[in-house]
Write a protein that binds this ligand. Structure first.
Ligand code: GDP
Ligand code: MG
Length: 171
């Protein structure tokens, strides 16, 4: 199997949306309930995607960075997740500004991006409709996944990571 260069992925989104839970779910197939919210970490991981071994580095941001720190993370990354929490409308409203900053930092490059609506297991307290997420993703011309780091039905979390790796490697 061919070995390919490292893909750098960064995870953005308001504090509390479940960025760390998603990354840990992807890496360990487990759900960790409480994760230090101020923690910023990078992880290395290898996955078999479309019969190729893809080495990736994943930056789990804290979501409380100032603009300068965000910009530096954006310069570092090749591909990006913007995560919101379907039970937190405010987190959805932070998506567009993050996307604008990303475009600005990466200009004139086309930025590999995946939009994730997390906590789909909490449908009974949902504040953001699935169609709203789909519409926003269409506007941003990116893939969209609604998922749950905790339930992870159908392995959607890994699917989202794999799709972002593909996006990066297509560029
Ligand atoms: P981060 O600040 O974006 O890294 O968010 P965390 O991963 O620390 O998660 C914040 C809180 O949301 C924690 O209490 C998690 O247990 C919870 N959480 C994360 N993902 C999910 C999910 O998919 N479903 C539910 N019900 N809770 C989640
Ligand atoms: Mg976190």
């Amino acid at each position: 199997m061919a070995k390919s260069p490292e893909v750098k992925l960064a995870v953005f989104g308001r504090a509390g949306v479940g960025k760390s839970a998603l990354v840990v779910r992807f890496l360990t197939r487990r759900f960790i309930w409480e994760y230090d919210p101020t923690l910023e970490s990078t992880y290395r991981h290898q996955a078999n995607i479309d019969d190729e071994v893809v080495a990736m580095e994943i930056l789990d941001t804290a979501g409380q960075e100032d603009t300068q720190q965000k910009e530096s993370h954006m310069r570092w990354g090749d591909g990006f997740f913007i995560v919101y929490d379907i039970t937190d409308r405010g987190s959805f409203e932070e998506v567009a500004p993050l996307r604008s900053l990303l475009e600005e930092v990466k200009r004139p490059k086309n930025v590999p991006l995946v939009l994730v609506g997390n906590k789909s297991d909490l449908d009974h307290v949902r504040q953001v409709g699935t169609e709203e997420g789909e519409r926003l993703a269409a506007e941003m011309a990116c893939a969209f996944y609604e998922c749950s780091a905790c339930a992870n039905e159908g392995g959607t979390v890994a699917e989202a990571f794999h799709e972002l790796c593909r996006e990066v490697r297509r560029r």
